[in-house]
Design a protein around this ligand. Structure first.
Ligand SMILES: [Zn+2]
Ligand SMILES: [Zn+2]
Length: 300
C-alpha cells in the first residue's frame, strides 16, 4: 500500500511525468478495500473485514453465505449486482457472531430466505438483545437441526450440523455442484481460534466435528474458512482441517495435563506456546488457553 505522503509527492509531479509502473502503483492506491476471488463453478469468496463470505452466482439466482458488517455487505451486493441481474435467493449464516451476521440487515427486502442452525438464531437474538441492536438484525426465517437440503431451480445446497464446536450452532454449507464447503469459524487457518464457551463451544467435540466433515465430504472438496493468519489463505483442503484438529487435540490435552499437575489458571495462561504445535503462531494464544483450561476443569 502506497503511503499518502508518497502519493502526494507523485501527484504533484503530474501523472504525465510518471512511469507506467508508478501509475499502476497509484491506481492500486485507489483500489477497493475488498477482494473477490472466484474459486470454481461460479462460487467465489469476498473478503474485507470479518469472516469470509462465500457466494454462488447461478442462472437460477444468487446464494450468499455470511455477511460481515453492513458496510461490507453493501459492497458485496453492489459487486454482485454488477455481475448478474438474478435475484438473491438464499442468505445462509454459518453462526451468529457479529463478524458473520451483522451485515444480514443489508439484505432486508432483497433476499428471499435467511437460513441458520436453530441455535445460531437463538444466539443471534440473545446477542442483539444484550447489545441493544435488535433493530439492526435480520434474523433467519428458516432453521435446521441436523441437516437441511436446499433446492432452488438447479441450485443444490446441503446444510450440516455436527454438534458443538466453535459455538453450539456452527453450520457447514456445501455447494453441491462446485464441491465447495463453507465451514465458517470451524476453521481458523494457522491462527489461534476464538472458542465461544458462553455460546456452548466444546473443544473436544470440535475435533470430532472436523473428523466428521473430512469423512463426509470428498477428496477434492474445497473448504472456505472463517479466518486465516496474515499471509495464509481463507480456503484450503481436508488436510488443513486435520491439522487444525491436531492443534485442538494438543491444546486440550495440554490443558488437561497441566490441570492434573495442579497448575492454576493464572500459571497456565503464562504459556506462550502449545507443546507440539508449530504452525499455529502469533498473537491471541490467551483465548484458546483460557477456553481449554475452563473445559479441562469443568469436565465438559
Ligand atoms: Zn469469525
Ligand atoms: Zn465466530
Amino acid at each position: 500500500m502506497l503511503h499518502r505522503r508518497t502519493f502526494i509527492q507523485y501527484a504533484s509531479l503530474g501523472l504525465g511525468a510518471l512511469s507506467i509502473a508508478n501509475q499502476r502503483i497509484i491506481t492500486a492506491f485507489f483500489e477497493d478495500p475488498w477482494k473477490i476471488k472466484m474459486l470454481r463453478n461460479n462460487v467465489g469468496i469476498f473478503t474485507e473485514r470479518g469472516g469470509t463470505i462465500g457466494f454462488l452466482l447461478h442462472k437460477d439466482g444468487i446464494i450468499v453465505i455470511d455477511t460481515q458488517f453492513p458496510e461490507q455487505s453493501n459492497h458485496l451486493i453492489t459487486e454482485l449486482k454488477n455481475r448478474t441481474d438474478k435475484p438473491f435467493k438464499y442468505l445462509l449464516n454459518t453462526h451468529h457472531h457479529g463478524d458473520h451476521s451483522s451485515g444480514n440487515i443489508a439484505f432486508k427486502d432483497l433476499v428471499e430466505n435467511v437460513v441458520a442452525h436453530e441455535n445460531s438464531k437463538i444466539n443471534q437474538q440473545k446477542q442483539a438483545e444484550r447489545q441493544n441492536s435488535v433493530d439492526k438484525q435480520l434474523y433467519p426465517d428458516t432453521t435446521f437441526t441436523n441437516e437441511l437440503k436446499i433446492k432452488s431451480g438447479d441450485i443444490k445446497l446441503t446444510a450440516d450440523y455436527f454438534g458443538p464446536a466453535h459455538t453450539n450452532g456452527d453450520a457447514l454449507y456445501m455447494f453441491e455442484e462446485a464441491d465447495i464447503v463453507h465451514v465458517g469459524d470451524l476453521m481458523f487457518n494457522r491462527r489461534h481460534p476464538f472458542i465461544d464457551r458462553s455460546s456452548g463451544a466444546s473443544i473436544s467435540n470440535w475435533t470430532k466435528v472436523l473428523d466428521t466433515a473430512v469423512n463426509k465430504y470428498g477428496k477434492n472438496t474445497i473448504y472456505i474458512f472463517g479466518h486465516a493468519a496474515e499471509g495464509y489463505e481463507v480456503t484450503g483442503t481436508a488436510d488443513d482441517l486435520l491439522k487444525f484438529k491436531d492443534y485442538l487435540n494438543r491444546l486440550l490435552g495440554f490443558a488437561q495435563q497441566e490441570v492434573k499437575a495442579g497448575k492454576t489458571k493464572e500459571e497456565f495462561l503464562k504459556n506462550k506456546e502449545i507443546p507440539g504445535v508449530t504452525e499455529w503462531k502469533g498473537d491471541g494464544i490467551e483465548r484458546p488457553l483460557t477456553a481449554a483450561f475452563e473445559e479441562a476443569t469443568s469436565g465438559a
